[in-house]
Design a protein around this ligand. Structure first.
Ligand code: NAD
Length: 257
């Protein structure tokens, strides 16, 4: 019960990593407000949460909606800036200015503004903790589209600078870098309809398992555990860091000789 009495906001909590983290936070005592554009997913989550998880529709690319989400938490101690999607698919020689801006607004500006709106409230309450979802794509090329990877690399730097700015207010800021995690993000990005997602997700998980020393796909719960460590007092001396949770993908798979 590391989060007893704490108030948490999770963006992108209607699905995948955000959903697993909202459930884990609630299980460990927090009151959680999930913000997401997926209203059906958000309502389904609140229905299974014993009243500890509330949902509010929020498009994180809309600054006013994000500010209203943070305000609606009625006090905030923990923030998980996590909402995301694949963003612009085109390589740099083809991407449009509009798609580039949309991707940055979704993956980078939302993290900056979420922190911007939450930090003063946390400071007034004596402190707090923020975790931002980056990606292994922030470190290496080839995993994801250019705009996505660039935005996620920005999240790493933003995490460090936010940590430095906010430490004197008792607010810690860290990032988590998931590897391949089985969620709907890939099949959504490819535009696959819902009925085809399970099969496609299993195929993607199989490929992912081959690319890393721990030969299984990551689960949303693997990431939730790491996020909850960073949000908890177990990490009270940890700020400005990035925690890789990638089954060793960035180390590389070893082949026996
Ligand atoms: P997911 O699709 O299961 O969940 C993402 C959630 O974000 C969805 O509920 C979606 O509705 C929500 N969302 C999308 N756009 C939004 C917006 N404008 N406003 C509010 N909510 C919005 O995918 P996931 O894998 O759980 O992704 C969560 C985060 O993890 C993302 O930031 C993603 O980039 C990151 N990530 C995922 C992986 C992976 O392998 N799944 C790897 C690295 C990083």
């Amino acid at each position: 019960m590391r989060f007893e009495g704490k108030r948490a906001v999770v963006t992108g909590g209607a699905s995948g990593i955000g959903r697993a983290t909202a459930l884990r936070l609630a299980e460990e005592g927090a009151h959680v407000l999930v913000g997401d554009v997926d209203e059906a997913g958000g309502e389904a989550l609140t229905a299974q949460s014993d009243g500890r998880i509330a949902f509010r529709r929020c498009d994180v690319t809309d600054a006013a909606e994000l500010e209203a989400l943070v305000a609606a938490a009625d006090g905030i101690d923990l923030l998980f800036n996590n909402a995301g999607a694949g963003g612009a698919r085109e390589p740099i020689g083809e991407v449009s200015p509009e798609e580039w801006d949309r991707t940055m607004a979704l993956l980078l500006r939302s993290v900056a503004l979420g922190t911007r709106y939450a930090a003063p409230i946390m400071a007034a309450r004596g402190g707090g903790a923020i975790v931002n979802t980056a990606s292994v794509a922030a470190l290496a090329s080839g995993f994801a589209p250019t705009a996505y990877s660039t935005a996620k690399a920005g999240v790493l730097h933003l995490t460090k600078l936010s940590a430095a700015d906010l430490a004197r207010h008792g607010v810690r800021v860290n990032a988590v870098l998931p590897g391949f995690i089985t969620t709907n993000i890939f099949t959504r990005h490819l535009g696959l309809p819902e009925e085809k997602r399970d099969v496609a997700n299993r195929m993607i998980a199989g490929v992912a398992a081959q690319a890393q020393p721990i030969r299984r796909a990551g689960t949303p719960e693997d990431i939730a555990a790491a996020v909850c460590f960073l949000l908890s007092d177990d990490a009270s001396f940890v700020t400005g860091t990035s925690l890789l949770v990638d089954g060793g993908m960035t180390v590389g798979a070893r082949h026996s000789w």
